[in-house]
Design a protein around this ligand. Sequence first.
Ligand code: SF4
Ligand code: SF4
Length: 320
Amino acid sequence: MNQVNQSFVERTQAVLGRPLCAGKVQVLQVNLGLLCNLSCQHCHVQAGPKREEMMSRSTLDQLVHLAQSRPPGLVDLTGGAPELHPLLQQFILALAPIPVQVRTNLTALLLPQAQGMAEFFAAHKVGLVASLPCYTEANVERQRGKGAFGDSIEALRLLNRLGYGVEENLSLQLIYNPGGPSLPPAQTKLEADYKTRLAQDFGVSFTKLACMTNMPIGKFQKRLVQDGKDLEYFQLLTHSYNQATLPQVMCRHQLHVSWDGTLHDCDFNYALGLTAQGPLTNLSQLSSLAELDLRPITTGNHCFGCTAGSGSSCGGALTG
Ligand code: SF4
Ligand code: SF4
């Protein structure tokens, strides 16, 4: 069969000689809920201001026990906007000394409900990963809505004043994703462009840039279908399959826990309703992360989004 007509499962099996499996769980990624102050066009979890799903106190407590039983190298908090979870600070304090990183859309840091949050993050050396899909106003606002760019710059200036992106132990990583159905450009070159433009135009600095490929799921996939570009984009992803990315795809070293305690191999699988392969599919069944080391991964054709070109993950490109 022509390679490009093969499914992700078939192509990966042909390379590895077996289905994709996890190694040791090193990153515990937690989705605190779907409430978000923005409603971005590319949001794969369909978060927004009207979503009410939020992780409960008892699920947060279970996570603290789980993380303490065999501490992961990192707890990665995502949403929605994690800043809008009323127990966020308590949760971070309970996890100490495990390193924590928060994914922020920047603008949420300016909301009255998040007053003092940036200062709290700095005081507890929380790493920040901030989505900023471009260094120009027009491109950002096309994806994130009117006013999002100015607020993002204001939040970046606040973070810089606190030492983020300036001091070595206050990491501020920015995330780029393409505005449409194309692969991201080379990460190092784009990082240099971002650094120059943000410094020159706004006096803003950051630690590093990560490039993410838009996954063909959620709102982005809906838009592709509306524009008649879904097949073309899928072909781009399959033609760009890069087997060198396979050892690094994020499901191999991370576990994703959704707001209701369901276990997933990654947040894309969460968005698609694909749970981890049984028998352990809920946090309540788990006593140690070690139980999910070496598990088989649930894959599908959306996984071509992780293996195209230089590869893509929540931490950016996987190769080159
Ligand atoms: S900021 Fe993030 S979570 Fe919120 S709508 Fe945009 S992409 Fe989704
Ligand atoms: S989409 Fe998820 S399961 Fe598929 S390769 Fe990427 S990280 Fe792994």
